[in-house]
Design a protein around this ligand. Sequence first.
Ligand code: HEC
Length: 124
Amino acid sequence: MKIIIPIVAIFIFAMSGCYYDSQEFLYPKLSTSCDTTNFTYSGAVKPILENSCLSCHSNSTAVAYGGNIRLENYSDVKLRVDDGKLLSSIIWPSSYPMPKGSSQLESCKITTIQKWINASAPNN
Ligand code: HEC
């Protein structure tokens, strides 16, 4: 009988752990999560590009996989903002729908990039 009490205690302790098993707690928001109130280059836009585009458009992959379009450095991204291609590629239908061979970016990611461009795409 004496053994039961610690077991029950451990059980209760273990169960009470579940109280904090909210998604927010277990998976703290990554910088790539969709929060359109944050639309800085470094905090929002860059992580989206890193996750969805740089496999083909990094400085080292662009020639082989990305039609020589580079999206790794701010200055290169800014070129594609200014010629309108960044936005026209992620808003479908598009003549060059990006990310190529994948599904369209989530709408809040597109919104984030749009907001950043509307704010004249600062290097912030
Ligand atoms: C699987 C490789 C791949 C991925 C991932 C990818 N691209 Fe591309 N991208 C290409 C290729 C290849 C081209 C050249 C045009 C073509 O062949 O479609 C291109 C062209 C472009 C262009 C030029 C389009 C034009 O109008 O000339 C832009 C801008 C672009 N990509 C942006 C992006 C963005 C933004 C992402 C991420 C959301 C992305 N790409 C993801 C392969 C990729």
